[in-house]
Design a protein around this ligand. Structure first.
Ligand code: ZN
Length: 303
């Protein structure tokens, strides 16, 4: 049973909202692509959990914690009767090798050692768990989800799950006892409620409102949309797909919210942000989708 949604991190949402509206600096662009790739891998792992794990299992996704000033994130936590399983999911592609304990791509570019990262997370998590008396056995795995990943000189390490081992790993999990009780519920609640919000990454570029291109972006290709000849629809100027105005509007309101949490959601602000919609349309959509405070011209919507 999935106990929470796998939401994109705030940094991911910010970069996704910015990418069609400004030219991202190179480091932001690379970071954004890594986030997208990571998220895709995590979603693939969710599909495996749906496929292999009995519904009694608790599955918690994308959890953020801060402990003694250190932030850490866990991609998936699986709770069975006797085990608490942390899974760090990597969507690496192509060939890597390990030399003297360091990880490299075949072009000899060193990357941060994912085994060391996994161990760091395991230690921090154990500290977190000390605040909750649980006798579940904690296991931590590093799982490489992409079938196009190869690791030369891979260590023989049962906590490292390579692409060819994933199905077997999931089947092994499936055999674990699954009778969950009130204490498992309480533990899951503890893990969900003790999260902190993810911090702004150094690769998030400066983005003042006046720097950004305005308009409604397409869900499929992220380019801009214009009003369609079909009533209540928008059409993408690039891929040609059509979408209901209301759905596209809500998505773009959320982009505005994530980019400018300090700005009020008002009709005027959103008319300017969306560019292709009239005052009347924006006002109607805000009223029908969100609660509001204030009255007359000072109405603000709660998003
Ligand atoms: Zn499009």
């Amino acid at each position: 049973m999935m106990l929470n949604e796998r939401l994109k991190s705030t940094n991911h949402q910010v970069l996704a909202a910015l990418s069609p509206r400004m030219t991202l600096p190179k480091d932001s662009y690379i970071y954004f692509n890594n986030l997208k790739k990571g998220y895709e891998g995590e979603c693939k792992f969710d599909e495996l959990c749906e496929k292999y794990l009995p519904p009694e299992w608790f599955v918690l996704r994308n959890l953020h914690y801060t402990l003694k000033g250190t932030d850490f994130q866990i991609d998936s936590i699986l709770i069975s009767q006797y085990n608490l399983i942390l899974v760090d999911i990597k969507n690496f592609e192509n060939d890597y090798y390990i030399k003297d304990g360091n990880w490299y791509t075949l072009s000899q570019h060193q990357i941060s050692n994912p085994i060391a990262q996994k161990e760091r997370i395991a230690i921090l998590f154990q500290d977190l768990l000390n605040h909750f008396s649980s006798n579940l056995l904690v296991e931590t795995y590093l799982l490489f989800i992409n079938p196009a990943f190869t690791l030369y000189q891979a260590p023989i390490d049962s906590s490292l799950i390579l692409p060819t081992q994933i199905n077997r790993f999931m089947k092994t999990l499936n055999e674990k006892p699954i009778k969950l009780s009130e204490s498992h519920h309480k533990l899951a609640e503890f893990l969900l409620s003790n999260q902190t919000s993810d911090k702004k990454h150094k690769c998030i570029p400066e983005h003042r409102y006046d720097m950004l291109k305005k308009g409604i972006t397409c869900e499929v290709c992220n380019n801009f949309m214009k009003l369609s000849s079909k009533r209540s629809y928008l059409k993408c100027t690039s891929c040609g797909c059509e979408e209901k105005v209301e759905k596209a509007f809500i998505r773009n309101v959320l982009q505005y919210r994530v980019l400018f949490p300090e700005k009020a959601i008002t009709t005027n602000n959103l008319v300017d942000w969306c560019e292709v919609l009239s005052d009347r349309t924006v006002s109607g959509l805000l009223r029908s989708n969100y609660k509001f405070i204030g009255h007359g011209k000072s109405v603000q919507y709660l998003v």
